[in-house]
Design a protein around this ligand. Structure first.
Ligand SMILES: NC(=O)c1ccc[n+]([C@@H]2O[C@H](COP(=O)([O-])OP(=O)(O)OC[C@H]3O[C@@H](n4cnc5c(N)ncnc54)[C@H](OP(=O)(O)O)[C@@H]3O)[C@@H](O)[C@H]2O)c1
Length: 324
C-alpha cells in the first residue's frame, strides 16, 4: 500500500508518499481503507523525532481517520463496507490502517469523510481536559489557551455546553478573537497585544485552565487561578523551563496541577471518552448546535504544505488530508 513516510526526521520536506506493508488486523481490529485523515500538532513533533511513541504504535504518522471497512480480524465483528471513523495509536496517514473495533464509530449518513476523520482527537482531548481531569461545573469560570486551535475550538463549545459562566480564551490574532467569540467565548484576548491575566483574574480568578502553551504562561496561569483552581496541562508549545517561580500560591490557593495525554491512555479509557462524545457531542454536531470547524482540506499528495500550514499558526480548527 502507499503511505506518507519519511526516512529522516526533520522539516516537512522529509514527507513523501512511498510503499510500505499493508497492516494485518489483529483479532479485535478492523482493516480500513482510509478516505481521509486529520493533522494534529503531535504529528509535527513526531516528524521531528520529538514525540515518544506509545508501545505498539505504528511508525506511520496519524492518529485519526475515516474510511471504509475492508476486512475484520478473527473475532469477525464489524462488516466490510461500513463507513467508520475513530482514534488510533498511529498509522492513519496511509491507504489502509488497522483500528481497534471498539475505537471505531459508525459514520452518520450525512457526514463527509473529511469531517468525520477530524473529530476524535480534539473532542476527546477537550472533553477529557474539561470534565475527566478538570471537573468543570456549571457556573464556573474557565480559561482556555490556544482558543482557535482544534482543541480550543472544541473546548470553548464544551465549556458553553457545560454552562460555564465566563469562558476566557487566548489566541494570536484579531481574526482568531472573532472566531473564538463566534463559538461562545465570553472574553477573547489576543496575547500578542494584551495579557490574559487581568481578564482571567476578574471575579477572583478562574476555576479551571486548559493550557498547551507551558512555560510562557506558567506564572500568569498560577496568578489567574481562584481558590481550589485546577490547571490541566496538555502540552508546552512555548517551552518547559520556568525560572524563579514561587510555589507558595499552590499551597495558599489549594491548586491542583495535572498533566494528561490522550495517546498513551488505555483503550478502555479512550472508549469512555468515545461514549461521552457519541452521546453528548455527536448528536449536537449533527443538528448544528455545535460546530466542528474544518479549516482546510489538502490532498495527501500535498502533505508537506498541510504541515507547513499548521506550523504557520494560521489555522482555525482542523486541517484534513484526503487519501486516494
Ligand atoms: N495532551 C494531549 O492529550 C493532547 C491532545 C491533543 C492536542 N494536544 C496539544 O494541544 C495543542 C493544540 O493542538 P491542536 O492540534 O488543536 O493545535 P492546532 O490546531 O495546530 O493549534 C495550535 C495553535 O496554538 C497556537 N500557538 C502555537 N505556538 C504557540 C505559542 N508558543 N504560544 C501561544 N500559542 C501558540 C497557535 O495559534 P495562535 O495564533 O493563537 O498563536 C496555533 O495555531 C498542541 O500543543 C497539542 O500538542 C495535547
Amino acid at each position: 500500500m502507499l503511505a506518507i513516510i519519511y526516512i529522516r526526521t526533520g522539516d516537512a520536506s522529509q514527507l513523501y508518499i512511498g510503499s510500505t506493508d499493508r497492516p494485518t488486523p489483529r483479532d479485535n481490529e478492523l482493516l480500513v481503507r482510509v478516505k481521509a485523515c486529520a493533522l494534529n500538532r503531535m504529528d509535527i513533533l513526531q516528524r521531528h523525532g520529538r514525540y515518544p511513541l506509545p508501545p505498539g504504535a505504528s511508525a506511520i504518522l496519524g492518529v485519526e481517520m475515516a474510511g471504509i471497512v475492508e476486512a475484520c480480524g478473527a473475532s469477525g465483528n464489524g462488516r466490510p463496507g461500513d463507513r467508520v471513523f475513530g482514534l488510533m495509536l498511529g498509522g492513519a496517514y496511509a491507504q489502509y490502517c488497522a483500528i481497534e473495533e471498539a475505537a471505531a464509530i459508525g459514520m452518520p449518513e450525512s457526514m463527509s469523510f473529511e469531517e468525520a476523520a477530524s473529530l476524535p482527537e480534539v473532542w476527546y482531548t477537550a472533553y477529557q481536559a474539561l470534565h475527566f481531569i478538570g471537573g468543570l461545573q456549571a457556573g464556573q469560570d474557565v480559561l482556555i489557551h490556544g482558543g482557535a486551535s482544534g482543541v480550543g475550538m472544541a473546548a470553548i463549545q464544551l465549556a458553553k455546553m457545560a454552562q460555564a459562566r465566563r469562558i476566557v480564551v487566548t489566541c494570536g490574532s484579531e481574526e482568531k478573537v472573532a472566531f473564538c467569540k463566534s463559538l461562545g467565548a465570553t472574553h477573547a484576548v489576543n496575547y500578542k497585544a494584551d495579557s490574559f491575566r487581568s481578564k482571567a483574574r476578574t471575579h477572583l480568578g478562574v476555576n479551571l485552565i486548559v493550557d498547551m502553551v507551558g512555560a510562557n504562561y506558567w506564572t500568569d496561569n498560577i496568578a489567574s487561578l481562584s481558590f481550589d483552581g485546577r490547571l490541566v496541562i496538555l502540552a508546552f508549545m512555548s517551552g518547559t523551563k520556568v525560572a524563579d517561580f514561587d510555589i507558595a500560591p499552590i499551597l495558599g490557593k489549594r491548586l491542583r496541577i495535572e498533566g494528561t495525554t490522550l495517546r498513551s491512555r488505555s483503550l478502555a479509557y479512550q472508549c469512555q471518552l468515545r461514549d461521552q462524545f457519541a452521546a453528548q457531542v455527536l448528536p449536537r454536531i449533527r443538528d448544528g448546535t455545535i460546530k466542528h470547524i474544518v479549516d482546510r482540506v489538502f490532498s495527501w499528495r500535498d502533505v508537506a504544505d498541510a504541515h507547513r500550514y499548521m506550523e504557520s499558526n494560521q489555522s482555525r480548527g482542523k486541517i484534513v488530508l484526503t487519501v486516494d
